[in-house]
Design a protein around this ligand. Structure first.
Ligand code: NAI
Ligand code: MG
Length: 351
């Protein structure tokens, strides 16, 4: 079989971003040959350092180049020296909106041997995938401020929900649910209070659900969901939810499934009209940057998601297996550096 070449954009970013991305790429290079894949890699210098140097977050010219890539691997961006919101809105959210990443995929899976804070819970109890809407809800930036700095200040931050946007993400979630053994899809919202948006999600769930009779559906209010993630995680198989609720519940998801060092994600444009972007859920962790202490596992699992996305599921499974085996033995191995963990997982996938 001729080797398949894939155009890969890499944005190492700030803090521990470059450290964990190096390990993700190490594993990618190790797994690729056996699966007849080659990656044509282009690195992009974006993040805090660039903003300080040039004032740019995601310049149009770079965005245009990114569009020509097939897939993007991102470390993390953000630094205490940059005002809050500049890189989040200007770079991360801009990329998600411009590249129409309407699905934010976040698996919540407890691997064997990994400690969870939930007493008595094991891998069979925590195995779900959250499909978070990525381009609408309260994150669109619609709203504004009046009379700023006065006692009469008004701040609005509208939640935008379109039929088009809800339908496509709910449909995607049904497809994911139909492909999993349990075939269960739970809508998480707050339809008793957010009646307009909640009703839209409910109606679309019923409508699209009619095309997926094999998938059982369920509804949970978001506040109850935060509780059930902790005391009944088994309830959940696939979860579909809006942008803000998804952001919040996936942090709980990361906490119950072994911590932020293991949580992977994908910002996905399922149409393929623009490249999808895979990244660990965690940020740039300035508190441990440059010390070789960061766990690269979340990035390596994001690489597995990237491989699935480019149509290399066998390579994705090989990476997941290597991570799983490494995690099983991790407790007995003592403290390892970022590079040592990357080396160990890379060795497992190549040998
Ligand atoms: P964070 O995720 O960077 O760190 C939270 C805590 O988790 C810290 O104690 C950190 O040391 C630890 N941690 C994170 N990743 C780890 C890893 N791989 N291994 C071991 N420990 C790890 O979140 P925080 O501190 O709220 O934000 C730091 C910066 O990152 C901010 O500028 C924030 O805006 C940015 N950020 C960027 C994200 C992105 O690029 N997608 C996502 C979240 C935050
Ligand atoms: Mg978050």
């Amino acid at each position: 079989m001729a080797s398949r070449s894939i155009r890969l954009a890499v944005v190492p970013g700030d803090g521990i971003g470059p450290e964990v991305v190096a390990e993700g790429l190490k594993v990618l290079s190790a797994v690729a040959p056996a699966h007849d894949l080659t990656f044509q890699q282009t690195d992009y210098d974006l993040g805090a350092a660039r903003w300080h140097r040039t004032g740019e977050t995601l310049p149009d010219a770079v965005l245009a180049e990114l569009r020509e890539q097939e897939v993007i691997l991102l470390g993390a961006v953000g630094d205490p020296s940059v005002p809050s919101g500049v890189l989040e809105r200007g770079l991360l959210l801009r990329a998600r909106f411009e590249l129409d990443h309407y699905v934010n995929l976040r698996p919540v899976k407890l691997f064997p041997g990994v400690a969870t804070p939930l007493a008595g819970a094991g891998p069979d109890d925590i195995d779900m995938i959250v499909v978070r809407e990525g381009t609408e809800g309260p994150y669109t930036g619609v709203g504004g401020v009046l009379r700023k700095g006065t006692p009469a200040e008004v701040a609005t931050q509208e939640s935008v929900n379109t039929y088009y946007g809800v339908e496509r993400v709910v449909r995607y979630a049904f497809e994911v649910a139909a492909s999993r053994p349990r075939r269960k899809l739970t809508l998480v919202h707050k339809d008793n209070v957010l009646t307009f948006a909640g009703e839209l999600y409910q109606r679309v769930l019923a409508e699209v659900g009619a095309e997926f009779p094999q998938v059982a559906t369920d509804y949970v209010h978001v506040d109850a969901a935060t509780m059930f993630f902790v005391n009944q995680p088994r309830r959940f198989d696939v979860v579909v939810t809006d942008n803000l609720f998804g952001d919040i519940i996936t942090d709980i998801g990361a906490a119950i499934a072994g911590g932020i060092g293991l949580a992977a994600s994908g910002n996905v444009n399922p149409t393929g009209a623009a490249p999808s972007m895979f990244e660990p859920v965690h940020g740039s962790a300035p508190d441990i940057a440059g010390q070789g202490k960061a766990d690269p596992t979340a990035t390596i699992l994001s690489v597995a998601m990237l491989l699935d996305h480019v149509g290399a599921p066998a390579a994705a499974r090989a990476v997941e297996r290597a991570v799983s085996d490494d995690l099983t033995e991790r407790g007995a191995l003592g403290a390892r550096s970022t590079a040592q963990i990357g080396d160990a997982i890379a060795k497992r996938v190549s040998g």
